[in-house]
Every structure is written in C-alpha cells, then in structure tokens.
Design a protein around this ligand. Structure first.
Ligand code: FAD
Length: 398
C-alpha cells in the first residue's frame, strides 16, 4: 500500500506546528496529529509570553540559531499579520561572576552582539522599578524582548494549513513504528493507521512515553507563572519603558519576568526559572498553593519592590529537561532514515521555535541541515541501560 503522506508530525505545539509549516511550505504532503485542540494550555507553549534574547548565557553555540529565529519570527508576523514579537529590551542581572551575567557576556563577546554593561546605579537610573544590590550588574540587550506563544502556534498552524497540511486535532497517537526495509513509518491513533516516508516527533512533556527508545533520561517538571498588579499601577511597567529581565541572586536562584504586556488590569508576569517539581503530564498538579505565591512575591520584591502588589493569577506549565539542559534535535539514532525528533527543550526552547521548524524540515526531507545542531545530538545523553538493545525503539503510549 502506498503511504498516505510524505511526513507525519506528532504533536502540534510550539515545535510541531513550526515543523508542519516549514514542511508544507516546501511542498511535502504533511499530516499533523495533535492530542488536544489547536493552541491549548496542557503542555509547554501557553501563558502569554516567552523571553527572547541573543546574548545567551546557556552557551554561545545557540547564538547563530537565535539570529535565524529572529528573522523567521519577523517573517511569521509579516505573512500572518499576527502580533508575535516585541523587542522591548532585556536585562540579565546578578553578580558579575554569576552564570546569568558572565554567560550572557561571553555570548555577546563571542558573536559581537550589541550590548551594554550597566552598574547598579545605572540600572536604577535607567529602570526605576529595579532595585539591584550594590554589587550587582546587568548586561542590557536592546534586541531582547518577548514573543507570544499562543499567537506563534496559531500563526504556524494557519500557514501549515495554507500550505496544504492535513492537521488533525483531538487525535492522540497511540503508537508509532518504523517499518522494516526502509519502508517508512506507521502511526496509529484510535481513528486510523497512517503511513508515511518520514516521521517527525515533537512530543513536549510526553517525550518519555513517545520516545522510550531514545535513551534520554527526561525529567518533566511542573513550573508556575504568576501575574501581579504592581503597587501604584502598571504605568512604569509598560513595554515601552520596561525590559524583560532575568535575575540571579547570590545563591544562584533565578527569576525572570516581563513588562505589563496586556495593558492595565492584566498585571505583569514573573516566575522562578528552574524551581520545579517532578511530574508527568498525567499527574501534574494544576492548582497553585498560597505558599508558592508568597514565595514568588517575596523573591520578586527583592529586585522589584513595587511589583508584587495584588496577586492576579497563577498558571502551571511543564518543562521537559535533559540532564545537561541542552535540547535534543536529531535523526532518531535507531531509525536514522525515517524518524526525526525534537524534544527536551529544558525550559528555554520557545525563542527557537521557528528555526527548529526549519531544521526539522531539513532533517526530514534531506537527512541533513546546514544549521549548527551538534550540541543537540541525543548520543551525548544515552544512559547505560538504554545503550543495550531496547526491546522496541518505537513509541507506544499507554
Ligand atoms: C512556565 C514556562 C516558561 C517558559 N519560558 C520560556 C521563555 O521565557 N523563553 C523560552 O525560550 N522558552 C520558555 N519556555 C520553554 C518553552 O515554552 C518550551 O521549550 C516549548 O514551548 C516546548 O515546545 P514543544 O513543542 O516541545 O512542547 P508543546 O508545545 O507542549 O508541544 C507538544 C505537543 O505534543 C502533543 N502531544 C503529546 N503527546 C501526543 C500524542 N500521543 N499524540 C499527539 N500529540 C501529542 C501535546 O498535546 C502538545 O501539543 C517556558 C516553558 C514554561 C513551561
């Protein structure tokens, strides 16, 4: 029987919607399968805003991908008319030797990115809501800012559909397998079985169930985003005056936040970076406790004394961490001719969404990409037990 499609994409969240768009734009017959509806809040791509920045403290190797992601975000806005990226500037704050400051500076210097270093007094003068300690500094990047995740996913789904992709929602994949003899892949849902030459798996927090044969020890974490109405109103917090920020305190605790992006009454969002608790998508507790709100307000007030006025709401989300917090984007090592994976975005993937779509289309259609993705090979993370032959390298979901 001939395959029903050229490429099947599992998961139409941030990465999968980008892949579906780029694949369809290159003329592939694409089938996209999504467990929930279009643009939902059950995974990792919701909550109104995601920080974007180029002076990347995590590793300078990410910078070329960010430069391309910025171009593609602009294209996405142009071709859909949706409001997606706002470059309101960003400050990466902490002691000079903190990872947040030193790592950002390393990337800025390595790639000659425009930036300014500000001392505590200068930070207070330029951004009066911020009250850093005397020994804290900041790297200021004018081209940092935020993107809107829901609008991004909606735009990518719109373009994928416009390009002819067949997108099916509320249709969870129950199993996938690579067919022997290079005959492509078969994917099953409760509705049907589909076949294609290529499979792209973008499972978000469902990676452990859908990619058991990958040999990566994913750690799925519950994270909480909090919105506060600043004391005295949102005036000083509007994006025209207020940057995004990441602050690392002397104990290495990082928080990050945004201007008041949706106008008066909607507050400003702030969150801990990487203070999660282990969970699975099935067990994640979506309710938020009062002590979590208090904890957030307390830490926030140390840098932004006026921000934690009235608490408006808190929303949970999931990170899917790899052991080294770098992504996994590659051909599946056990199915190098037919299966491509994008997972383990470790809480910092959204700013890369459109370039990941481009990379996934390259890998699925040609087997290679000109983008530098060496850092993201899953082989670096294979666990000892997973290197022995796995009973099945395919994915099944209970
Ligand atoms: C609180 C929070 C704050 C963050 N802040 C930032 C930030 O400031 N900057 C930044 O760059 N990144 C940030 N991130 C990280 C970023 O949002 C994620 O890396 C990114 O959204 C991951 O996209 P994804 O496509 O892998 O996952 P998702 O968007 O969750 O997509 C996975 C999709 O797969 C679907 N799926 C799963 N199983 C099946 C199945 N069996 N069949 C069909 N479909 C299936 C799911 O329903 C889902 O739609 C943050 C994340 C969180 C949670």
């Amino acid at each position: 029987m001939s395959p029903t499609h050229d490429v099947i994409v599992i998961g139409l969240g941030g990465m999968g919607s980008a892949a579906a768009h780029h694949l369809a734009a290159r003329g592939a017959r694409v089938l996209g399968l999504e467990k929930f509806g279009a643009v939902h809040s059950h995974g990792s791509s919701h909550g109104g805003s995601r920080i974007t920045r180029q002076s990347y403290f995590e590793d300078p190797a990410y910078v070329p991908l960010l430069l391309r992601a910025y171009e593609l975000y602009e294209e996405l806005e142009r071709s859909t008319g949706r409001r997606i990226a706002t470059l309101c500037g960003g400050v990466m704050l902490g002691r000079p030797e903190s990872r947040t400051v030193a790592g950002s500076l390393l990337s800025a210097r390595t790639w000659d990115l425009p930036h300014e270093m500000l001392g505590a007094r200068e930070i207070r003068r330029r951004f009066p809501t911020l009250a850093p300690a005397a020994d804290e500094v900041a790297l200021y990047e004018a081209r940092a800012g935020f993107v809107r995740p829901e609008n991004t996913v909606a735009a990518q789904l719109q373009l994928a559909a416009r390009g002819g992709a067949d997108l099916r929602f509320q249709e969870p994949v129950t199993r996938w397998e690579a067919l022997p003899g290079g005959r492509g892949v078969r994917v099953r849902t409760h509705e049907a079985a589909y076949t294609a030459g290529q499979l792209v798996v973008c499972p978000g927090a469902w990676a452990p169930g859908l990619l058991p044969g990958l040999g990566v020890a994913f750690g799925v974490e519950r994270q909480v985003m909090h919105w506060f109405e600043p004391e005295g109103g949102t005036g000083p917090y509007v994006p025209e005056r207020h940057p995004v920020y990441i602050w690392e305190d002397a104990d290495g605790v990082q928080i990050y936040g945004f201007p008041a992006i949706d106008g008066p009454g909607h507050g400003a969002k702030v969150a801990f970076f990487r203070r999660g608790t282990g969970c699975t998508p099935e067990t994640v507790d979506r309710s938020v406790r009062e002590d979590e709100v208090r904890d957030m307000a307390g830490q926030t007030a140390r840098l932004l004394p006026s921000l934690p006025g009235r608490h408006l709401k808190s929303v949970t989300c999931m990170y899917t961490n790899t052991p080294d917090e770098h992504f996994v984007i590659a051909r599946h090592p056990a199915h190098t001719d037919a299966v491509t994976v994008a997972c383990g975005f470790s809480g910092h993937g959204f700013k890369f969404v459109p370039v990941v779509g481009e990379i996934l289309a390259d890998l699925a259609l040609t087997g290679r990409t000109a983008h530098p993705v060496g850092l993201f090979a899953p082989e670096r993370l294979r666990t000892a037990t997973a290197t022995s032959p796995a009973p099945s390298a395919s994915g099944g979901v209970r």
